[in-house]
Design a protein around this ligand. Structure first.
Ligand code: C2O
Ligand code: CU
Length: 462
C-alpha cells in the first residue's frame, strides 16, 4: 500500500497545536463561538462553535457506574442541546430538542446528570439543528473506563471530522442545508482532521501496545481506515466490547457516529513511520495520524489481548417470531419517491424538495406525532430496514443498543448503536426495549435527518 503524506486540498504544512485540554473536565460545559487552526499553517484560523471553545470539546472521562453531571451553558447565538450518543441514559437527559427537552436558548443553561452503566467509547454532540451545529464543531469524546482495563502502554482517542472550509478564507462554508447535500450523500467536507488537527503526529517504540479509540464525528463521510506498521484487533464497536476480538485488517469502515476500539502493537521498526491511513474517494490512501518509531519497547510482541469485559445487559434473547416493524427508506436524488406525507399533507416529490425535504420513512417525511413503533417495557422488537434509495444511510437508535439479525435469523451481530445500510440493502436489527421513553431513530448523515430521515420509538414506562 502506498501511503501519501498529508498535503492535500488546502496546502502543505502541518497545523498548529490545539490549546491543551485539561484532564479535569469542567463542571460546566459552555457552548460558545471560538477559533481553531484547522487548515494548514499560512491559512487563517477558522471560526468554530465548540464546547469550551474547542473542537473536539473537552474530553469527558469517568469510571463505569459513575454519574456524570454537566451544566450546559449556551453562549451561542442560537438554541442548542447536548446528546450523549450511545449512553443508555434516562430519557429526559437524552438531549433531543423538541422530543426529550426544550432547546436551550442563548444565555440559558440546562443541567444534565445521568449514570454511566456501560464502559466504552462514546461521544457527545449538539442535537439541535445538528446538521449545522455538529458541522461547526459542537462535539467531543465521552470515555467510560472499565473497572478491569486491558494492559496497554498508551491510549489515544482520535475524533475524526470532515470539515467543509472555504479554500481561501478557511472559514466553514455556510451552505448548511444545501439542496445537493440534503438530497445526495450529505454534507461532505474537504479537510479531514484528527482531534482538530490536519496532520496529527505521535511517537512510539516498536512492540508497544496502544489502545486506539476512534470516533467518526463527520456529518456524512463514511471513513475507510487502515493500519500501517500497526497490527492488532478490533476490541469494541460503538462502545460495546466484542465477545471475540477480530483482526483489524484491510479497510476498517467507520460510518458517521460509529466508534471502534482497537488494540494494536507497533510492528514498524526503528526509524520507520507507522500510520493510521484513510482512503479518499479515488481509492488513494493518506496518512491521517503518523507515528515516528524510535527504538524498541521489547524484543517481541505480547500475546493477543483478552476480550474487554462485557457490559451488563448485552443479550438479545429469542429474536425468532418476535414483532417486526418495517422501516422503508425512500427518496433522495435518483430515487423512486413520487410523493409522501409531510406535515399531514400528501406532497409530490418536487413540492417536498421545495421545502428542503427529500426522504421518507414508510411514506412519511420527518418525525411525526405517532412513533414508528410503541414497545412494551422489556419487549424484544425487530426492525427491518429496507434501503430503497441509491445512497448509504447510518441508522442510529437512541437509548438502547441493538444487534443485527443476520440473514438466516440464527445469528446476531455485535451490539451497536449505529448501523450502516448500503444502497439497496435490507438489514434487520433487534433490541430489547428496556429503556422507557421516547427515543429518536434517524440517519446520522445529519443532512438526511434534517431532510426527512427521522422517526422515533416509544418504550412504555411500565
Ligand atoms: Cu448522535 Cu440523534 O444522534
Ligand atoms: Cu441517510
Amino acid at each position: 500500500m502506498k501511503i501519501h503524506r498529508r498535503g492535500l486540498l488546502l496546502g502543505a504544512a502541518a497545523a498548529l497545536a490545539l490549546p491543551s485540554r485539561s484532564e479535569a473536565a469542567p463542571r460546566t460545559l459552555v457552548a460558545r463561538p471560538s477559533k481553531l487552526q484547522i487548515a494548514p499553517e499560512g491559512y487563517p484560523e477558522t471560526d468554530i462553535w465548540g464546547f469550551e471553545g474547542q473542537a473536539p470539546g473537552p474530553l469527558l472521562r469517568a469510571r463505569q457506574g459513575a454519574r456524570l453531571q454537566r451544566r450546559l451553558v449556551n453562549e451561542l447565538p442560537v438554541p442548542t442541546s447536548v446528546h450523549w450518543h450511545g449512553i443508555r441514559i434516562d430519557n429526559a437527559m437524552d438531549g433531543v430538542a423538541g422530543l426529550t427537552q426544550a432547546p436551550v436558548a442563548p444565555g440559558e443553561t440546562f443541567d444534565y446528570a445521568f449514570d454511566l452503566p456501560d464502559a466504552g467509547t462514546f461521544w457527545y454532540h449538539a442535537h439541535t439543528n445538528s446538521y449545522e451545529q455538529v458541522a461547526r464543531g459542537l462535539y467531543g469524546a465521552l470515555i467510560v473506563e472499565e473497572a478491569d482495563a486491558p494492559e496497554i502502554d498508551r491510549e489515544d482517542i482520535f475524533v475524526l471530522d470532515d470539515w467543509r472550509l472555504d479554500h481561501e478564507t478557511a472559514q466553514i462554508s455556510g451552505d448548511f442545508g444545501a439542496w445537493h447535500d440534503l438530497s445526495h450523500a450529505g454534507r461532505m467536507g474537504n479537510i479531514l482532521t484528527t482531534n482538530g488537527k490536519f496532520d496529527l503526529k505521535r511517537a512510539a517504540r516498536r512492540n508497544e501496545r496502544l489502545r486506539l479509540r476512534l470516533i467518526n464525528a463527520a456529518n456524512a463521510r463514511i471513513l475507510a481506515l487502515s493500519l500501517v506498521g500497526l497490527e492488532g484487533w478490533i476490541m469494541a464497536l460503538d462502545g460495546m466490547p466484542l465477545e471475540h476480538p477480530v483482526a483489524a485488517q484491510g479497510a476498517l469502515r467507520l460510518a458517521p457516529a460509529q466508534r471502534m476500539d482497537l488494540i494494536v502493537d507497533v510492528t514498524a521498526a526503528d526509524e520507520e513511520t507507522a500510520h493510521l491511513a484513510q482512503m479518499d474517494d479515488n481509492g488513494k490512501w493518506w496518512s491521517q495520524v503518523a507515528w515516528d518509531i524510535t527504538g524498541s519497547a521489547s524484543s517481541q510482541r505480547r500475546p493477543a489481548p483478552m476480550p474487554l469485559p462485557p457490559n451488563p445487559r448485552q443479550a438479545v434473547p429469542g429474536v425468532k417470531g418476535v414483532r417486526t416493524v418495517t422501516l422503508a427508506m425512500e427518496g433522495g436524488a435518483m430515487g423512486r419517491l413520487q410523493a409522501a406525507t409531510y406535515g399531514g399533507k400528501r406532497l409530490a416529490f418536487r413540492d417536498l424538495a421545495e421545502r428542503g425535504q427529500f426522504w421518507a420513512f414508510n411514506g412519511t417525511v420527518g418525525r411525526t406525532d405517532a412513533p414508528l413503533a410503541e414497545a412494551a417495557l422489556g419487549e424484544t422488537l425487530r426492525i427491518r430496514i429496507v434501503n430503497d434509495t441509491v445512497f448509504p444511510h447510518a441508522m442510529h437508535l437512541h437509548g438502547m443498543h441493538f444487534r443485527e439479525v443476520m440473514k438466516d435469523s440464527d445469528s446476531l451481530g455485535p451490539l451497536r448503536d449505529t448501523l450502516l445500510v448500503q444502497r439497496g440493502e435490507t438489514r434487520e436489527i433487534a433490541f430489547v426495549a428496556d429503556n422507557p421513553g421516547d427515543w429518536l431513530f434517524h440517519c446520522h448523515m445529519l443532512a438526511h435527518a434534517a431532510a426527512g430521515m427521522t422517526t422515533w420509538i416509544k418504550v412504555a414506562r411500565s
